[in-house]
Ligand binder design. Structure first.
Ligand code: GLV
Length: 310
């Protein structure tokens, strides 16, 4: 038997069980908090865990993330970093995120915000130019997801620039790299799409000082983690009119409390961390393959680099 303990609050436990049982015939499926004997848990399949969670399982063979971002696993200092850790890279999930980010940019770029306001007043009024924004998008973090978003926007006719922690050849997309080129990148990004991993280096990166570098009227699109943005700073810059809008799939705190002013800001669009949902049917192949690889002593697909934390 191969035991997998599933812990992903909003995840589809029944779907994972169905898809993984079809691929791992001797699966011993457990759903947190019914972990059974902790000493017999082989794998943890999880999105986010509490501090100390992993210390309970002395005989783990590997850790499998249910998502693309693994900050919710690194939040536990007892994460067994000597074991293989894998994340999800799923073209179907990536596609969802490309769609979401593209919508966020187009909403403001094609003046849907202004036309909605006119519609609310039953006012038929053509605003003239199709856009009031320059057609340039900065994608902060150009990995699997950010890269796909950048290429998608390029295909729609945007000038796209990508920021990466170290220099990369992004083909037709201008690359800005490292701390030294972050300000010039922000200064030339009237739309900023955040698709960074959340690590100690990127937490709070988008604070007042950095968000102020964006051109006046810029729109922030965040589908990474709420922790990348200092919420109070974002709100203040929206209220002061320096920022023209924000499209947020993630917030800090999350869930966003019902009385939080961000909910009611006219230029803010909020979705509840759903821009890229992991679907067991499309992601189970790589999870099952990784279970088999780990048991066979082979390297996992979509490995997490524990030094980098993503
Ligand atoms: C979702 O937030 C993920 O990291 O997959």
């Amino acid at each position: 038997m191969v035991s997998i303990l599933f812990k992903a609050g909003a995840g589809d436990a029944a779907g994972w069980q169905r898809e993984l049982s079809a691929r791992i015939p001797d699966l011993d499926w457990r759903v947190w908090p019914d972990a059974g004997d902790p000493a017999t848990v082989d794998f943890v399949l999880a999105f986010r865990v509490e501090p100390g969670f992993f210390a309970q399982f002395p005989n783990l063979k590997g850790v499998l993330a249910t998502g693309a971002g693994v900050d919710g696993l690194f939040a536990d200092k007892t994460l067994p970093t000597h074991l293989p850790i894998a994340r999800i890279v799923d073209p179907y999930m990536t596609q969802q995120m490309v769609q979401w980010a593209t919508y966020g940019v187009l909403h403001f770029f094609r003046r849907f915000d202004e036309y909605r306001a006119l519609q609310n007043r039953a006012e038929w009024k053509e605003l003239g130019s199709p856009t009031r924004h320059p057609n340039r998008v900065g994608v902060l973090g150009f990995g699997e997801i950010g890269g796909a978003i950048g290429r998608g926007l390029l295909a729609l006719g945007f000038f796209v620039q990508g920021w990466t922690s170290t220099p990369r050849d992004l083909g037709p997309i201008d690359n800005f790299a490292g701390a030294a080129q972050l300000d010039p990148f922000l200064e030339t990004s009237p739309f900023l799409v955040c698709s960074l991993p959340l690590t100690p280096d990127t937490k709070g990166l988008l604070n007042r000082q950095r968000l102020s570098k964006l051109p006046k009227g810029a729109v922030v699109v965040n589908l990474a983690r709420g922790g990348h943005v200092v919420t109070d700073d974002l709100l203040a810059l929206l209220q002061e009119g320096h920022l023209g809008g924000a499209v947020l799939d993630v917030t800090d705190p999350e869930p966003l409390p019902a009385d939080h002013p961000l909910w009611h800001h006219p230029n803010v669009i909020i979705t509840p961390h759903e821009s890229g949902l992991t679907t067991p049917a499309t992601a189970a192949d790589q999870i099952a393959a990784n279970v088999k690889r780990i048991l066979a002593g082979e390297p996992v697909v979509n490995p997490v680099d524990v030094q980098r934390g993503y």
